[in-house]
Design a binder for this molecule. Structure first.
Ligand code: HEC
Length: 330
């Protein structure tokens, strides 16, 4: 774990003003947390799971693999940066740096004690869609449940069946390395109260099946917006800048503007360029891809059927173009 410590140490000092601002913001969020705990709103701990009974099958491993791969292969749960290519798959422990501190991804292998092996389908659906553990505790929003909230019941049940078919690995979860109150799960109630709007992705019949599939994959499963959309001061997504690029991408990476803006986005890319990119990680100019994007491509998107990549590319051509030059900090 020395890697994460080093990268923390190398960060430039942020200054007293910024620390104060973050402190005040934290207290505000924590206050919101208390309020939300005392007066649970639509995402309070007691929310029943929205599972449509009746029409659901038991999980299908092959269909589940497709949704798992569409989600980028859940690679945030494998500690590649800390342990290299042999990192135990999906066993967690990966340090994810955010403006609010470091959070460690959890073990999502089917180990009954340290992973999610003892979870029911309903537990899994609630975690993915509402950001709540089986015990009703809030998950930190570094876990992109705002996107996953748009996933359908059957897709989640299938995804769980696929994860259950993978090797169980024993590894305890690590507590966050974030300062109080960001390390406090009740603060997340405040965060949800301000920022969390569950996704409702109804079919839009005026568009074709591929467009609708692409929209579902981009918004929900592939959670492109969680990295490519800039965030507000409280760490929510700035929806007016949907996919227009973020300098606070995962692990402090810069995530480019992927709206169809010609100058600052990917407006010059053809559908074929984007399909090629998601399948290989190679850009139209021959450049390759770094960081987490290369991981979600390698372990996820590149394994999708061509029709899914086409659907993603077709949908992305139709979203609003936003002019936004994303500049890094270096
Ligand atoms: C886990 C975070 C993450 C997710 C999820 C993610 N991206 Fe990215 N993406 C990045 C980062 C970081 C880069 C920059 C990579 C680099 O510098 O090589 C990037 C780069 C790209 C690029 C290259 C753009 C350019 O101008 O060079 C495209 C296109 C892209 N992503 C599309 C997508 C699409 C489409 C999705 C969803 C299907 C997606 N990304 C999901 C983080 C992410």
């Amino acid at each position: 774990m020395s890697g994460s410590g080093e990268s923390l140490g190398r960060r430039p000092a942020r200054g007293v003003a910024r620390s104060l601002a973050v402190g005040v913001l934290g207290l505000g969020l924590a206050g919101g947390g208390l309020h939300a705990l005392l007066f649970p709103g639509p995402v309070g701990a007691a929310t029943p799971v929205r599972v449509a009974a009746g029409s659901l099958r038991t999980g299908d491993v092959d269909r589940g693999r497709n949704i798992f791969e569409a989600s980028g292969g859940c690679t945030c749960h494998t500690n590649f940066p800390g342990e290299g290519e042999d990192a135990p798959p999906l066993a967690g422990g990966r340090a994810l740096e955010t403006p609010f501190g470091i959070f460690y991804s959890s073990n999502i292998t089917p180990d009954a004690e340290t992973g999610i092996g003892s979870w029911s389908d309903a537990d899994f659906i609630r975690a993915m869609r509402e950001g709540l553990s089986p015990e009703g505790e809030h998950y930190f929003p570094v876990f992109p449940y705002p996107a996953f909230s748009g996933l359908r019941d059957q897709d989640l049940i299938d995804m769980k069946a696929y994860i259950d078919s993978l090797p169980a690995i024993r590894r305890q979860n690590r507590p966050p390395g974030a300062p109080f109150p960001f390390s406090w799960r009740a603060t997340v109630a405040g965060w949800k109260w301000i920022n969390f709007v569950p996704l409702e992705l109804d079919e839009q019949p005026e568009h074709g099946a591929a467009w609708n599939r692409g929209r579902y994959l981009v918004h929900a499963a592939a959670h492109c917006g969680e990295c490519h959309t800039p965030r507000t001061l409280t760490g929510g997504l700035d929806r007016s800048m949907w996919l227009a690029g973020s300098r606070d991408g995962p692990e402090g990476e810069l995530a480019p503007n992927i709206t169809p803006d010609g100058a600052t986005g990917i407006g010059e890319w053809s559908v074929a360029d984007l399909v090629w990119y998601l399948g290989t990680g190679l850009k139209p100019d021959g450049d390759d891809t770094q960081g987490l994007m290369s991981e979600v491509i390698e372990h996820g998107y590149s394994r999708l059927p061509e029709s899914d990549l086409q659907a993603i590319a077709e949908y992305l051509r139709t979203i609003p173009a936003i002019e936004n030059e994303v500049k890094g900090r270096d």
